[in-house]
Design a protein around this ligand. Structure first.
Ligand code: 5AD
Ligand code: FES
Length: 382
């Protein structure tokens, strides 16, 4: 038994070395690497939908530590100790979708709905600019009020007020024409998590009205149009398996996103997944490191969800290879209402508080928040 564990550890370490050198693994190799952390015997086919709520046993520590070390070194080479900040403005929690995991899903009657006015959004940007933000992320549910006309006008105003800033949109699935118009109006980046690269898994997380193929179409369109594009998924979402995570990693490898949002799934009490368990810090950090080694230059946030399940979560994410944090810039009056999951942090703080809190947190681990647009950097193997 002892011998077998040692062999598994050796094999994992050689996979980590291969990933570091080649930035690519086969699907089966990703499975072995992820399976090592999830620490379950290889499931038989009937039991594929094992939960990925990994606990770090002692056995995984050495390989996990080595992986994090290599991820941090790769990030260091491209971005040094800089951490980019993005000002997140939650412009509306009105959403036509009904994703089973999400607290602002249409069917949640207990969610108090709001929509920020253009004036309020511009004020958030002005506050953010004074605090040193040079990227504004406009995120919201799929709210029909935010038509192309409204969004394009907003982008124009933000760019006029702050020409040195990047505008990132995170407004869900839209038509190619709509993405094109918003790009032409000046939007720089777009975040649209793919949620899972496995179609059958996607259908377990979403109602039949939503389509895996359309989501993938959106991501391809965004890339072709010229946006810096972010995809991503939740760690520990219901029905996620070692297999689906490996497909996520392969997808991320091949799609070559500029940004990648990875955070733990956290249940929300008013959703069908209320009784599911949350993802873990350990597995989230392990996957952040793997993604850093796949794409050394990717912009990788240490998410608010990670900070929600662990008071040191965002620091741990950075120490695993992440290089972005996204403090909240929304008006305090609406923060509690944009509750995608239970117990979300930073819902009572002022923007300035979050900004300084994160700065201190980064300094405490030897990293520095920088005031820069923080575009993706070119990178080549040395
Ligand atoms: N837990 C964690 N992340 C969630 N998201 C939505 N609901 C949850 C949840 N319960 C994530 C989704 C979405 C992003 C905006 O927030 O991945 O793409
Ligand atoms: Fe918001 Fe710490 S980041 S209070």
């Amino acid at each position: 038994m002892e011998m077998e564990e040692e062999r598994t550890e050796k094999r994992t370490i050689s996979l980590i070395e291969k990933l570091e050198a080649q930035h690519s693994l086969t699907l089966a190799e990703y499975e072995a690497l992820v399976g090592y952390m999830v620490e379950r015997p290889v499931p038989d086919s009937a039991e594929r939908f094992l939960e990925c709520k990994a606990s770090t046993g002692r056995r995984t520590d050495r390989a996990a530590a080595l992986l994090a070390e290599k991820a941090v070194a790769a990030r260091q080479q491209v971005y040094g100790k800089d951490v980019y900040i993005r000002g997140l403005i939650e412009i509306s929690n009105i959403c036509k979708n009904d994703c089973y995991y999400c607290g602002i899903r249409r069917s949640n009657r207990s969610c108090e709905r709001y929509r920020l006015s253009e004036q309020e959004i511009l004020e958030c940007c002005a506050t953010g600019y004074a605090l040193g933000f040079r990227t504004f992320v406009l995120q919201g549910g799929e709210d029909a009020h935010f038509s192309d006309e409204v969004v394009c006008r907003l982008i124009g105003q933000i760019k006029k007020n702050h020409p040195d800033c990047a505008v990132t949109l995170s407004l869900g699935e839209r038509s190619r024409e709509s993405y094109q118009r918003m790009y032409d109006a000046g939007a720089d980046r777009y975040l649209l998590r793919h949620e899972t690269a496995d179609k059958a898994h996607y259908e377990k997380l979403h109602p039949p009205q939503m389509s895996f193929d359309n989501r993938m179409r959106c991501l391809r369109d965004l890339k072709e149009i010229g946006y810096q594009v972010g995809c991503g998924f939740m760690v520990g979402s219901p029905y996620q398996t070692v297999q689906t995570i490996s497909e996520d990693l392969k997808f991320i490898e091949e799609f070559r996103p500029d940004m990648c949002g990875i955070g733990p799934f956290v249940p929300h009490q008013a959703t069908p997944f209320a009784k599911e368990s949350a993802g873990t810090v350990e597995l989230t950090c392990y996957l952040l490191s793997i993604i850093r080694l796949i794409h050394p230059n990717v912009l990788l946030p240490s998410t608010t969800a990670l900070g929600t399940i662990d008071p040191q979560g965002r620091e741990k994410g950075i120490l695993s290879g992440a290089n972005v944090v996204m403090p909240n810039l929304s008006p305090v009056s609406v923060r509690k209402k944009y509750e995608l999951y239970d117990n979300k942090i930073c819902t009572g703080e002022e923007s300035a508080q979050c900004r300084h809190c994160l700065e201190q947190r980064m300094e405490s681990i030897g990293y520095h928040v920088v005031t820069a647009r923080g575009d993706v950097k070119e990178w080549r193997d040395s």
